[in-house]
Design a protein around this ligand. Structure first.
Ligand code: PLP
Length: 388
């Protein structure tokens, strides 16, 4: 079959394919522990399930507006006011089928062919592919563990050109767990404003921060929308990965364009999930607090165990639910790359972890701590045993 040039340029998602491989091994009866996926092992809050059941029983689950139900948009507005003291209205909000969908459609609404998009490395696996799908050109800027993987204005000065249209910034960060401070966010915002660049702020892990606090672009104020669009959703905060609800909050013209794109692409996000998300946003502020307590404990257990594995140097995360671990000390004669190491660990320890290559940073492994404490302990003990 002859495919388009575009289809040929798009790589598979390494994290999804690794999770699929782990699932396949499991279905063959192997006792695989997946520390590869970005999803919590908790069920969503009770209120979410009840709201979904009520929606199903009501039978009122037809198409909604392609850009989402007004009641859900209102719940998003209320949340931004409550959390960040930001006054926004319905025309600032579009609801999509997951935050990934919002990110992809915002890029479609902003980019012309050849426009450049700055992507700090390491990056979330889908960013470069989404940019290519929208006709843009990813421009990678490497950060380093010594600087806690933070992008600075100086790095931006060096990377920005006349063609730079968007900067993709993810805080709290997947895969590193880095959380940008107020000063850092404000400096990046000032730079973007001066240079006419749009910051696509991916704040999907905004509620999962265990040290130092989180500063949202929303806290700068409503004037940001000339140069900032914020994306988030219910997937991580409320353990609702499969429900596929995310949103973008931004300038009304951009938001309307994203709505038009969705209208011809997917139509509305799942109606049942929209009802469930209203309950999550309006009734479940308690839930992420409980999640953070659990993740904080798992993080400590994982850090302690990882530090005892020869050649492993975990970087302490401040947010999200991953540990990005420098494994360069374990490479060399036995394993040529972190991909080889991850393959060996999967085959021999039956543990799936994502190699740094997937995030543009070889020499690292991303360990998800969204799995249960028992699974984390067992998985890391197995890794230590096959590598010792
Ligand atoms: C940084 C980042 N952004 C966006 C997403 C996508 O979230 P959703 O499942 O709501 O599409 C993820 C999920 O792994 C993520 O890690």
């Amino acid at each position: 079959m002859r495919l388009s040039e575009l289809a040929g340029k798009i790589n598979p998602s390494p994290t999804l394919s690794l999770s699929a491989r782990a699932r396949r091994m499991k279905s063959e009866g192997k006792d695989v522990i997946a520390l590869s996926a970005g999803e919590l092992d908790f069920p969503p809050p009770r209120e979410v399930i009840d709201a979904a059941k009520r929606a199903l029983d009501s039978g009122d689950i037809r198409y909604t507006a392609a850009s989402g139900m007004p009641a859900l948009k209102q719940a998003v507005c209320d949340r931004y006011r409550r959390k960040y003291n930001l006054a926004i209205s319905l025309e600032n909000v579009v609801i999509s089928s997951g935050a990934k969908h919002s990110l992809a459609n915002v890029l479609l609404a902003l980019l012309n062919p050849g426009d450049e998009v700055i992507i700090p490395v390491p990056y979330w696996v889908s960013y470069p592919e989404m940019v290519k799908l929208a006709g843009g050109k990813p421009v990678f800027v490497r950060t380093s563990p010594e600087d806690r993987f933070k992008l600075t204005v100086e790095m931006l000065e060096n990377a920005a050109t006349e063609k730079t249209r968007v900067l993709m910034l993810n805080s709290p960060n997947n895969p590193t767990g880095t959380v940008y401070t107020r000063d850092e966010i404000e400096a990046i915002y000032r730079f973007a404003r001066e240079r006419g660049i749009v910051v696509l702020a991916d704040e999907i892990y905004e509620d999962l921060v265990f040290s130092g606090g989180f500063f949202s672009f929303a806290q700068i104020g409503g004037e940001i929308f000339e140069n900032v669009v914020i994306v988030s959703g219910v997937s991580k905060t409320y353990a609702m990965t499969g429900w596929r609800i995310g949103w973008a909050v931004g300038h009304p013209e951009l938001i309307a364009a994203v709505g038009r794109i969705q209208a011809h692409q997917t139509s509305n996000p799942c109606t049942v999930s929209q009802y469930a998300s209203i309950a999550a946003l309006n009734e479940c502020d308690y839930f992420p607090k409980m999640v953070v307590e659990q993740i904080r404990r798992r993080r400590q257990i994982a850090l302690d165990m990882l530090r005892k594995i020869p050649g492993f140097k975990p970087i302490e995360p401040d947010g999200a639910f991953y540990i990005f671990c420098d494994v360069s000390g374990a490479l060399g004669e036995r394993f040529a790359s972190s991909t080889e190491l991850a393959g060996y660990i999967l085959e021999n320890a039956l543990v799936a972890a994502v190699p740094g290559e997937a995030f543009g940073m070889p020499g690292f492994l991303r360990i998800s701590i969204a799995a249960s404490e028992e699974q984390i302990k067992e998985a890391l003990a197995r890794i230590k045993s096959v590598l010792s």
